[in-house]
Design a protein around this ligand. Structure first.
Ligand code: MN3
Length: 202
């Protein structure tokens, strides 16, 4: 069984009024994410021992074996983009009172959380991702990872929310202004309800 590109959880133009254009969504989902899925399927076909593993199993396995770096890159990018689409919402940027309380408990204030997340996202040198992660001892932390790596490959915990800071994620809408792209994500696009639901999911 091969991996498939998931549909976006909203129409391509749904985020345009919140600063993420239809053109960005079409290129990012249909071209970039699709390419990672296709490459991953080709790599698995060439390495039948890996057939049948879940995406998370592939990431954990490949993270321990340097000869599987191409698998890690493409499985990671498939996982990361799938989570990224769910981290976005046309009604993003607002937190439930319960989630806001949890953020306050872990970061001191919502402003501190946003500052820490922005710092991770803007200081990730080159391509990569920033994350809100639930650790195994139930703390919320912010992390960043390069290229296709993620909190699963790095053993940091369960990913709750992510932003893609590869240039292709923001260059159409924000040109080189990554900090503005991150601010816009945190204030207008971030699906904090999804992050909250992930805490209790499986
Ligand atoms: Mn991307």
């Amino acid at each position: 069984m091969s991996f498939e590109l998931p549909q976006l959880p909203f129409p391509y133009n749904a985020l345009a009024r919140s600063g993420m254009s239809e053109e960005t969504m079409q290129f990012h989902h249909d071209k970039h994410h699709q390419a990672y899925v296709n490459t991953l399927n080709d790599l698995i076909k060439a390495n039948p021992a890996l057939e049948g593993k879940s995406l998370e199993e592939l990431i954990v396995t490949a993270a321990k074996d340097e000869s599987l770096t191409p698998i890690l890159n493409n499985a990671g990018q498939h996982y990361n983009h799938s989570l990224f689409w769910n981290s976005l919402s046309p009604d993003g940027g607002s937190m439930s009172p319960a989630f806001e309380e949890l953020i306050r408990k872990n970061f001191g204030s919502v402003e501190n959380f946003k500052a820490e997340f922005k710092k991770a996202a803007t200081t990730q040198f080159g391509s990569g991702w920033a994350w809100l992660v639930l650790t195994s001892d139930n703390k919320l932390i912010v992390t960043k990872t390069p290229n296709g790596k993620n909190p699963i490959s790095e053993g940091q915990g369960k990913p709750l929310l992510t932003i893609d800071v590869w240039e292709h994620a923001y260059y159409i809408d924000f040109r080189n202004r990554r900090p503005d792209f991150v601010d816009n994500f945190l204030n207008n696009l971030a699906n904090y309800d999804f992050a909250e639901a992930q805490i209790n999911a499986k």
